[in-house]
Design a protein around this ligand. Structure first.
Ligand code: SF4
Ligand code: SF4
Length: 653
């Protein structure tokens, strides 16, 4: 059996065409023609059912992933003279305005959900997403929309990915938006948490500027609660959105955890990303296991170690005192001794496997099943070692008598995030220091106040982006005096056949009661035999005909190899994005779960010639084939051979 790149068997080898002929011969039951034309007749005929693919259901930002993959592979064409690249950019940024950033750093839960995993391997969704974003940057695509000014003003506290996404969506709805940002640059965690070799700053700034250019006002270096009061915001704005993130780290909750040289992962990365921290001194231990801890140790390996430094240049002084290292000193740096510890086994660390592999290759030592129990300090209260205890494989049961000390100069705790609520009214925050939200991301019992992102519960960047889209809708309803909408079970951006028909000037006509065809399937005022279940149903792989798809190896993105020999001072981006050919090839692996992708199987296999192709000048995506119900005998072959699960035997009974 063929192996995929990870050494696993290709699952698709088990998927074959259903053969009526074989069934008849092998089982000695009935001849295949009788089976089709007599035994398989029913009063049910095919209907066309659009469902949400699991990639979209798994993407917290609610991206219409299948839609932009369809465009990149060349199946869904733009109308007019729009290029396919710009069409893909528009489709992608409907939900998520950061394709270049997310395509690089998102851990891609969409790929875990992708049905293609049942054939051989996931579609490389975030690699295509990066291609769309990078092409948009090269071509200078802008957000273009016309929105009538509503005269309403919204204040957004925090200019990270959630705040900026909400700002864009609110601008599309015609509201004035002002973002209050406490730092001197927008971007939140994307700017101050993620290292520049993972997201080049020109890429990030480009995606931020494109949002601001839609007419978003910004007030930089302005901390709400300190530089401007909540009362002022309440007086000057019609609605207020908290998108303040959770950018304070948590110190180690153990004796000695408050030592001067114990810092949080968030503070460490902020000092690096602000260009202030340029080296470390002595051994660094990072406690964590998640993506932030991997970023800390990877940065530490790149920064390198300088011995015999002045007191003012100790890393913790630079981090806490808001000072900066002298760039001249960097010529003296040597490889740093960096250890990452985690409570789980190394195999079960929460960080992405690719990131763990990179860190290992770059010379980071990673040890699992360890829990810090005490920071050992010297007479000046400085940490000189971290006392550890070993844990059983469950990652929580201490092994008695296994304590030992690891000497170190800097301890970085990457064990969680907290919220900086300085100067803000306590009544907005719950007992854990976060802000509660209802399903529409309103703050309960605080009319006019909304919230999204990490301040609700720290999660992925793409989660904050998804919540921002929902909260913008909620704010829009609030400003219009409407009731808040019940949100759909599947709350994502998905294919809308009516939009597609409108785009191609094929929208149904006005209802004409007197017309002869009014009650027939040829009446043009309605879309016939089509059901949109996208808002409620995610299509599982079991509804697809996987035998249609050949095993096709995934086109993994290339990486520049950084290893122990060249990591010092290496701040180059590692990922090499797809070129156009690679992007098209990878998008072509998408199975278009839940929506027709024009394979013609149903037309070819229908024994009655009942299924036919819609005339070219009337066809669009989702209306490519139709059925002549006067010929259909209900044998369900079309539904059986439909690779995407778009055809269901629903009509008739
Ligand atoms: S944002 Fe993340 S989860 Fe969503 S499509 Fe991109 S990589 Fe996948
Ligand atoms: S095959 Fe395509 S539509 Fe289906 S889950 Fe994967 S990316 Fe989504």
């Amino acid at each position: 059996m063929q192996k995929n790149p990870y050494g696993q068997n290709y699952k698709g080898d088990n998927h074959t065409f259903r053969m009526f002929k074989d069934e008849g011969d092998d089982q000695g039951s009935v001849p295949w023609n009788q089976k089709i034309f007599q035994n398989d007749e029913s009063h049910k005929c095919p209907t066309y059912v659009s469902q949400t693919p699991p990639c979209q259901g798994s993407c917290p930002s609610g991206h219409n992933i299948r839609g932009w993959l369809d465009i990149v592979r060349g199946m869904e064409k733009p109308s007019g003279d729009l290029s396919w690249q710009e069409y893909a950019f528009r489709r992608s940024t409907d939900a998520n305005p950061f394709p270049s950033v997310m395509g690089r750093v998102c851990p891609a839960p969409c790929e875990d959900g992708c049905n293609r995993n049942e054939v051989e391997d996931t579609v490389g969704i975030n690699a295509v997403e990066q291609f769309i974003g990078d092409t948009a940057k090269e071509e200078g695509y802008k957000f273009e929309f016309e929105a009538k000014d509503t005269g309403k003003k919204v204040a957004i506290i925090g200019g990270g990915c959630g705040g900026l996404t909400a700002a864009l969506q609110l601008r599309k709805q015609g509201h004035s938006v002002t973002v209050f940002e406490k730092y001197d640059q927008l971007g939140g965690m994307m700017m101050y948490g993620i290292p520049d070799y993972r997201v080049p700053r020109d890429v990030l700034k480009h995606e931020i500027d494109r949002i601001i250019e839609t007419g978003v006002e910004t007030k930089m270096n302005t901390k709400v609660g300190v530089d401007v009061s909540m009362e002022e915001l309440e007086k000057d704005y019609d609605a207020v959105l908290f998108a303040i993130g959770a950018m304070s780290g948590r110190s180690l909750p153990i004796p000695g955890g408050e030592a001067a040289n114990c810092v949080s992962g968030v503070a460490f990365l902020e000092a690096y990303n602000q260009g202030r921290l340029k080296h470390i001194t002595g051994k660094v231990i990072c406690i964590g296991g998640g993506d932030t801890s991997i970023d800390v140790v990877s940065v530490a390996r790149r920064l390198g170690n300088i011995e015999n430094i002045a007191e003012k240049d100790r890393p913790e002084r630079v981090i806490f005192d808001d000072t900066a290292h002298d760039v001249v000193d960097t010529s003296k740096r040597l490889g740093a001794d960096v250890l990452l510890t985690t409570r789980s086994t190394v195999e079960n660390m929460p960080a992405a496997q690719e990131e763990i592999d990179d860190a290992n290759r770059e010379g980071v030592e990673i040890q699992g099943q360890l829990q810090p129990v005490e920071v050992v300090t010297d007479g000046n209260g400085r940490a000189v070692a971290l006392r550890m205890i070993r844990l059983e494989e469950d990652g929580s049961t201490p092994i008695e008598g296994s304590e030992f000390d690891i000497e170190c100069e800097l301890i970085v705790s990457a064990i969680g995030q907290g919220v900086d609520a300085e100067g803000m009214d306590d009544s907005f925050f719950n007992e854990r220091g976060f802000i509660d939200a209802d399903k529409n991301f309103q703050i309960p019992n605080k009319p006019g106040f909304f919230v999204c992102g990490d301040v609700v519960r720290p999660h992925l960047l793409t989660t904050a982006i998804g919540q921002a889209g929902i909260v913008a809708d909620s704010i829009d309803d609030y400003l219009a005096g409407n009731n808040q909408k019940a949100r759909n079970k599947v709350d994502v951006h998905y294919f809308d056949l009516m939009d597609k028909l409108n785009e191609w000037d094929l929208a149904p006509t006005e209802y004409d009661k007197g017309a002869l065809a009014a009650a027939t399937d040829s009446a043009e005022y309605a879309v016939h035999n089509y059901e949109d279940r996208s808002f409620a149903s995610i299509i599982p792989h079991t509804e697809l005909f996987l035998g249609h798809f050949d095993n096709e190896e995934r086109n993994a993105r290339n990486h520049k190899t950084v290893d122990v020999d060249n990591v010092l001072g290496n701040f180059e981006e590692r990922l090499i994005g797809y070129n156009e050919e690679e992007a098209k090839a990878e998008a072509g692996r998408c199975m278009s779960c839940g929506l027709c992708f024009e394979c013609d199987n149903c037309v070819m296999y229908c024994p009655q010639d009942a299924v036919f192709k819609v005339k070219k000048d009337q066809a669009t995506l989702g209306r490519y084939v139709d059925t002549d119900y006067s010929k259909c005998i209900g044998c369900h072959i079309c539904a059986d051979v439909c690779p995407t699960g778009y055809i269901q035997m629903g009509l008739g009974e």
